[in-house]
Ligand binder design. Sequence first.
Ligand code: SF4
Length: 320
Amino acid sequence: MHRAIALYSGGLDSLLSVIIVKSLGIDIVALNFFTGFTKPIDDKDKYYAEKFGFHIKQLDIREKFLPILKNPKKGYGKNLNPCIDCKILMLKESKNLMKEYKASFIVTGEVLWQRPMTQKKDIIFYIEKEADLKGLILRPLSAKLLPPTKPELEGIVNRELLYDFWGRGRKKQLSLCKKFGIDDIPQAAGGCLLTDPQFCKKVKDLLFYDQLTIEQVELLKIGKHFRLSEKCKIIVGRNEEENKILSGRKDLPLIYPLDFKGPFLIISGEYSEENLEKACKIAVYYSKRQKVPMVIKKEGREIVKEYSAMEEKEIVKYRI
Ligand code: SF4
């Protein structure tokens, strides 16, 4: 049996591409590349892998992705998404694994002209060349609009059974969902946080202060973020679940209201007494009270002190 590696984001197009190639009798190893901003594999992905009989594997490429995000050779898309360089990285990583997985080609869910940055013909070919995979990337959804690839020329894949989708419309994909019995239809895209303008504000802040690390990126995924100084940030929990996560960070100073349910807050980076006071006042503001005794847990000690709320006009100065 022939085998291919598929780039699998968990979005609809990547799932359909995997299923199409699998239905042609080719074994698939679906690789989900975790950049720190992409959606990790979840139960839904595992369900589809089992239902359609493909292997699924998550690969952590955060260490390699962060330098690209800081300085993408081909720039950013509409937000902070360095898609061209990111695609090249994922394809290079896939190429390196072809031998290990005994795969003879690579499958992607790309649809011609669907996304302006990476899915124009010239860009597709540029990415393919940079990844040194000329003729080895099969795009089942748009294959009939592209030159035949090696697996098609060698008769491993029947070109007639592939598709000619293009553009942003989703109708054709949805009819394929019916055909293949995809009941719970995944999101159109894989859900990369670097395409979310609100999230990107927080990433831009880290880039500006040269503080973009794997740990800082993970912290961006919870709470409201405030920058108090060049080296000091605070994160305020927005709900009980986030408060619980923040209170689990034993390595960072924690602030929370004494005796009643309210926001938890952690301090990240170096902080002064002035910053500590500001952090407490911001926590009081989000507790929706005027004055609150706050517990400050730091360096193995606990202090309780009463603070009044910071004024809203001052808070906005610190909000990222
Ligand atoms: S959307 Fe995100 S994960 Fe997808 S190619 Fe662009 S940067 Fe990479």
